[in-house]
Write a protein that binds this ligand. Structure first.
Ligand code: NAD
Length: 370
């Protein structure tokens, strides 16, 4: 029997702990019914850690994250932390975690479930059956490049500087992940930059093309300018399979792609680090949404984004594609049966609570596994 996987759970703030309770129930279900088992550790993070320990990320939580096979995060933040010093804010804990774990590849699928086609603001034929993946470089580029700052010039006028920097290895490693993901999906990769106006874009295109010719010529590669990609995403998103792009463009394009599905409570994500000598990657899985303070504590948050993040963990950290599909099918079936939290409610439907959505998913898992 395979050893248990070490999973660190960081529920965080607001609705984070509420949605994580539902994931814990699914983890228990897997422990009982499937070959994979989990050893679970749990730590506070964000505001919850600040309240308890005066820091949004303790050294203990960080070291457990570094040792874990995978980390599952709820959400962090809340208005009560608005006046806390910047380095103690909930988000600072999350940024430190991403940085220390060197999670350079951020995966955001945009998957439209049949039952939710009408939640999108786009026409049914544009989004029906949509299944694309945006891969954003997460640890380099203009959000980190130096020099940066606002300065006063000799003549008394001021200017602001940000610097876009990408090394060859930073581009190569994220592009490699892109090609590998494309191979496991529709075998098509769009590499997105602004080679028409940016040196870093010219270089990005060159590095991706060389990697393609050397190691991935079996994958269909297209280069696209970021502005065109934004247009194509809302014009005809089904032309894409995997999109790989830098930190800044990825930030914008992944939000754009996310909204094709019409619903924040449904969107999972994964952030992956480099492979070590044993083939293991550090990884953190989390819903795209935040801590939703407006609905926290009301048992009405949609837990599906976090449950689908758990499914991504099964697929990308543990290579358990069948188990991941099982969870995704359970979600699909529960939605098709009309089980909806209030954020994804259709006309004439009654909303279910967070806990009732968890019940529905467990019921579907039982049905699918027998
Ligand atoms: P948010 O995603 O928390 O909420 C936006 C809106 O979507 C709210 O109306 C909320 O009720 C709704 N919503 C979000 N998730 C939902 C779910 N699962 N089910 C039902 N409805 C849901 O974004 P915000 O309001 O801009 O930010 C709130 C806090 O979260 C802030 O402190 C922000 O910094 C933080 N935040 C954290 C993360 C993270 O932890 N990764 C991401 C984004 C925002």
């Amino acid at each position: 029997m395979a050893a248990n996987r070490k999973l660190l759970i960081l529920p965080g703030d607001g609705i984070g702990p509420e949605v994580m309770v539902q994931v814990r129930r699914i983890v228990d279900w897997f422990d009982k019914h499937r070959a994979v088992g989990f050893d679970i550790l749990e730590q506070p993070v964000g505001g919850a850690a600040y309240d308890l320990h005066g820091t949004p990320l303790t050294d203990e939580a960080l070291s457990e994250a570094m040792e874990a096979d995978a980390v599952l995060l709820g959400a962090v933040g809340g208005p009560q932390y608005d006046n806390v010093p910047r380095d103690k804010r909930p988000e600072a804990g999350l940024l430190r975690l991403r940085k220390e774990m060197d999670l350079f590849a951020n995966l955001r699928p945009a998957l439209v479930f049949d039952a939710l086609v009408d939640a999108s603001t786009l026409k049914r034929e544009v989004v029906e059956g949509l299944d694309i993946l945006i891969l954003r470089e997460l640890t380099a580029g203009v959000y980190f490049g130096e020099p940066r700052g606002i300065e006063t010039l000799a003549d008394g006028t001021r200017r602001a500087i940000d610097t876009q920097i990408y090394t060859e290895s930073e581009i190569r490693r994220v592009a490699e992940v892109g090609f590998e993901l494309a191979r496991k999906r529709g075998n098509r990769l769009h590499s997105v930059e602004k080679a028409n106006v940016m040196e870093s874009g010219v270089f990005w295109r060159e590095v991706v093309s060389t990697l393609h010719a050397d190691d991935f010529s079996d994958v269909e590669l297209h280069h696209m300018y970021a502005d065109n990609c934004a247009m194509q995403l809302v014009r005809w998103p089904k032309q894409f399979d995997v999109i790989v792009t830098d930190n800044l463009f990825g930030d914008i394009l992944s939000d754009c792609a996310a909204m094709l599905t019409g619903s924040l409570g449904m969107l999972p994500s994964a952030s992956l680090g480099a492979e070590d000598e044993t083939g293991r990657r550090r990884a953190m899985y989390e819903p795209v949404h935040g801590s939703a303070p407006d609905i926290a504590g009301k048992d009405m948050a949609n837990p599906l984004a976090t449950i689908l993040s758990f499914a991504m963990m099964l697929r990308y950290s543990f290579g358990l594609a069948d188990d991941a599909e099982l969870v995704e099918r359970a979600v699909q079936n529960a939605l098709a049966a009309g089980c909806r939290t209030s954020d994804i409610l259709g006309p004439g439907m009654q909303p279910v609570s967070t806990n009732q959505m968890g019940d529905a998913i467990l019921g579907e898992l039982d049905r699918l596994a027998t």
